[in-house]
Design a protein around this ligand. Structure first.
Ligand SMILES: [Zn+2]
Length: 538
């Protein structure tokens, strides 16, 4: 199909879908002919930026940077935004790889955010339907955070063009969810006041369908804490009685925690890694550290888990006869709560845009990977939107976290999910990277950008919508629950994390950075056939 035919098809689909969408719109349905026309224009404009979005997705995929070390990604995005007329504050809130970009003036102020960091040991060749790292042991985009900025920036540029011509007042901000895998930054953005004057936050995150929700979201908030102990070295064979082992304290704390686990609420999640377990066996370990994530469904329960952890660390240090150093908070996230009015508006736009048209090749890659992972059903990519707008979770049994939660308790916020990934994957895994530099990711991003552009136009054209959003925020969401940061006054962003890992792998990874001046897309550069699936059983 030619691009013109495609645009015509989209516009005719919009016309057909319009009455249905208006029925679901929260505000008065009539008198929006002008706005509808602007939205159609924005959709066509996003479509015309397909190559721009694809290059961004592929470029950031190739950088594969871990949290707090997103230097290439940051530079790349800042350059694009500056080139397109945004003023950029760099290194915000004491975080070198974070920025806040601004264009426009006056109200409303709409802040578009998305994460940029990747996952340890998730290096993976895109479009290959089995585990095949680009570089063994290296990080990779095994969550799909390489795609969200493309959704927001593509949408923002389409809407900016319209706002300039129509002289619509309003400010667009674009910001980075830096180190999201460490839930390491968003509480600091809030603390530094970056969301004080923001009217609405539109967040976006990769998913397997095009959707949005309001109210309490399934999952947990968390606090991420490092416990470090100090003892005394000694010859572990000649004079072990002269030593005091910091590692003993770490192990005693972990044993204590695992006994206590039986008596914790079903909704909690807690896990740890030992980041310092001593030097070598014949030297009694003088230092040792253990890093815990304590997850629960609300602030009081997170605090309670954290206090239990602190008690165990203290008790373990007493048992081992070592000192417990002051604890370090490495990250935190409030549970997520999304805004009803903004979600309803976004959902109406989702219904107008619909899911991408998947090709046979897209579906082949998806089903091949689902079979590779031995999923009970290999159903391929989603071809239907969910039945309706998702409301608050009925019974929150816990799960993952995202520090967008902190922003959602300070400003009316929603997270738009767009279908750039394959259903039924483990998450935080090489498998989740496979689609992320392929037509699946590219099409999902364009669908997401269309929705984001339409919602942006709604927000700058209908002041009553911003009012409704704040009414829900004040009268419902925060009526009884008040935000209190989990980070303490003495805590600062853990910007040293992941440096050693990136220093180790970056020289090798640089050889595979995407070069859009030479290759149409990253698969072409890597010389990978789309899709690459097994022809015989593994
Ligand atoms: Zn994520």
């Amino acid at each position: 199909m030619t691009r013109h035919a495609l645009v015509a098809l989209i516009i005719s689909a919009l016309v057909v879908a319009a009455p249905l969408a208006q029925k679901n719109a929260p505000a008065k349905p009539g008198g929006n002919a002008k706005l509808d026309a602007l939205k159609q224009e924005a959709v066509a404009d996003v479509e015309s930026r397909t190559q721009f979005a694809q290059q961004m997705v592929d470029q950031i995929f190739s950088y594969g940077e871990l949290g707090f070390q997103e230097f290439e990604t940051n530079r790349y995005l800042i350059d694009i935004l500056k080139k397109n007329g945004f003023a950029v504050q760099e290194g915000i809130a004491g975080i070198p790889t974070a920025f806040m970009a601004t264009w426009g003036s006056g109200k409303p102020v709409i802040a578009l955010g998305s994460d940029i960091d990747c996952i340890p040991q998730a290096s993976q060749k895109p479009a290959v339907a089995w585990h095949e790292p680009m570089i063994e042991g290296a990080p990779g985009h095994g969550e799909g955070h390489n795609s969200g900025q493309a959704v927001n920036i593509t949408a923002a540029l389409a809407v900016k063009k319209i706002m300039e011509r129509e002289k619509l007042p309003g400010t667009i901000r674009i910001w980075t969810g830096t180190a999201e895998e460490l839930v390491g930054t968003k509480a600091y953005f809030v603390r530094a006041g970056f969301f004080k004057d923001v009217d609405i936050a539109l967040f976006t995150h990769v998913g397997e369908n095009l959707d949005v929700s309001w109210g309490e979201r399934a999952g947990n908030g968390l606090v991420s804490v490092q416990y470090s102990f100090v003892g005394e070295t000694a010859h572990a064979a000649a004079n072990p009685w002269r030593g005091r082992s910091a590692l003993d304290a770490v192990e005693l704390m972990d044993i204590g925690w695992n006994f206590r686990r039986e008596h914790l609420r079903l909704s909690q999640r807690s896990h740890n890694v030992i980041t310092d377990g001593g030097d070598q066996p014949n030297v009694v370990p003088r230092t040792a550290s253990v890093w815990y994530y304590f997850r629960e469904t609300d602030y009081p329960h997170i605090k309670e888990l954290w206090e239990t952890g602190d008690t165990m660390a203290k008790a373990a240090s007493m048992m081992a006869g070592v000192d417990l150093l002051p604890t370090k908070v490495l990250g935190s996230a409030w549970p997520q709560h999304f805004n009803k009015a903004v979600a309803e508006t976004t959902w109406a736009n989702i219904q107008k845009v619909g899911l991408p048209q998947w090709s046979d090749e897209d579906q082949q890659l998806a089903t091949a990977l689902q079979k590779e992972l031995k999923n009970p059903r290999a159903e391929g990519l989603r071809t239907k939107l969910s039945d309706g707008l998702q409301g608050p979770v009925r019974e929150n049994t816990g799960g993952g976290s995202d520090d967008i939660g902190d922003i959602s308790w300070n400003v009316p916020t929603v997270t738009l999910r767009y279908p750039s990934n394959i259903p039924g994957l483990p998450g935080h895994n090489w498998a989740n990277a496979i689609s992320m530099a392929t037509p699946i990711a590219h099409k999902g991003v364009i669908a997401g950008a269309k929705v984001q552009a339409m919602t942006l136009l709604d927000l700058v054209s209908r002041p009553e919508l911003v009012e409704q959003a704040w009414k829900y925020f004040k009268d419902v969401q925060t009526k009884e629950t008040k935000y209190e940061a989990l980070i303490r006054p003495q805590d600062t962003p853990a910007i040293w994390l992941n440096k050693a890992t990136m220093d180790k792998y970056r020289p090798e990874m640089k050889k595979y950075y995407y070069d859009p001046s030479r290759f149409k897309n990253y698969l072409e550069q890597l010389n990978i056939k789309y899709p690459t699936v097994r022809t015989t059983a593994p």
